[in-house]
Design a protein around this ligand. Structure first.
Ligand SMILES: *Cc1c(COP(=O)(O)O)cnc(C)c1O
Ligand code: SF4
Length: 319
């Protein structure tokens, strides 16, 4: 029998039958944002528990039709900051590239559910426009591959990018924003680790984990391998109602991340994207939860509570 590849594992493995016990499931919400869950993440979900914190992140829910009028399609103003194909330059010194439009998992709370990716992706046309933009902008010293999820791209396509990046002397730091090491860890194979080892820039990987249940023992070797490539590992979470809006859960997450070689970086206020109102936590509640973290954790394990406000030159700390 043919061995299954990483691509098979990152395909959608959940179907409507899996939600037969879940009252909030709504088939029509799949039309708003496709249901897509990889094999590994599916195994961590308890489908008999309607409140399972991993289930709630992927469940097409009837609540996605709520529309108070306070949520919009592009609340963070990304479309206005587009400088070239897949190039978003909002902040000083660093440029974010939308490497690809796809992800291994579709998280229901994500701003990606409304972003027009097909015409906005930097890896199409062999990264040409992105590389030209980076060459011309001498004050940019850090490039961030984001998405979608950049690790959806083959290692060959990633190599094609970093080979061109090498020739741009003012780029010092290479950053990857990805959820794949958590939700589909078999992507982090030897070929990938070899490639990352050979990138001779300062390297940062920001993973995305919201709840301690997402981190399992067998992730340990994955993060160890990444750490060995001299890549700093950081985590960002999104503060999500009924999933991780709790000081105990988030402090457990911080401790667990640390034991896997990852430091907490950002705790993001939800971007107010249409279809995500059921996940929203008010600023006041968010600050209260953050205070609980400050009271429980050593400073280096407290993520920065931030919000992305359209037009601002940095993520805005909520204090
Ligand atoms: C979040 C973000 C970054 C990275 O911000 P840091 O504070 O450096 O982590 C860069 N560009 C854009 C457009 C962003 O949204
Ligand atoms: S960009 Fe990140 S948060 Fe959004 S759907 Fe993809 S993996 Fe999930």
């Amino acid at each position: 029998m043919k061995k299954s590849t990483w691509r098979d594992k990152s395909k959608n493995h959940v179907n409507p039958d899996d939600f037969s016990e879940i009252e909030q499931y709504d088939k029509t919400s799949e039309g708003l944002f496709r249901l897509h869950v990889p094999e590994y993440f599916k195994k961590l979900i308890d489908f008999n528990n309607a409140n399972d914190p991993l289930l709630l992140q992927i469940l097409p829910s009837k609540h996605e039709h709520a529309n108070s009028g306070h949520f919009s399609k592009d609340p963070v103003g990304d479309l206005n900051s587009r400088k070239a194909k897949g190039v978003i330059h909002k902040y000083h010194g660093r440029v974010l590239l939308i490497a690809t439009g796809t992800c291994a998992i579709n998280c229901r709370y994500c701003f990606r559910r409304t972003f027009p990716y097909t015409e906005n992706n930097a890896s199409a046309y062999h990264w040409k426009e992105a590389i030209e933009y980076l060459k011309e902008n001498l004050d940019v010293h850090e490039v961030i591959l984001s998405g979608g999820d950049p690790l959806m791209l083959s290692t060959k396509v990633l190599t094609r990018f970093t080979d061109q990046l090498k020739t741009i002397k003012h780029i010092k730091t290479f950053r990857i924003h990805t959820r794949i090491p958590l939700v589909s860890p078999s992507r982090i194979n030897d070929e990938f680790i070899n490639w990352l080892s050979n990138v001779k820039l300062n390297k940062v990987m920001v993973v995305h984990c919201n709840h301690p249940n997402e981190l399992k023992k067998n992730h340990k070797k994955v993060f160890k391998a990444i750490n060995k490539t001299n890549t700093f590992l950081l985590n960002q979470s999104v503060l999500l109602k009924n999933i991780n809006d709790d000081g105990e859960i988030l402090s457990e997450l911080s401790h667990k991340l640390f034991s896997f070689g990852i430091l907490p970086y950002y705790l993001n206020q939800l971007d107010k994207v249409i279809g995500t109102e059921q996940f929203f936590i008010s600023r006041e509640q968010a600050k209260t939860i953050h205070q609980q973290l400050l009271a429980k954790l050593p400073g280096y394990l407290v993520p920065k509570l931030v919000e992305e406000i359209s037009g601002k030159k940095n993520k805005t700390p909520l204090i």
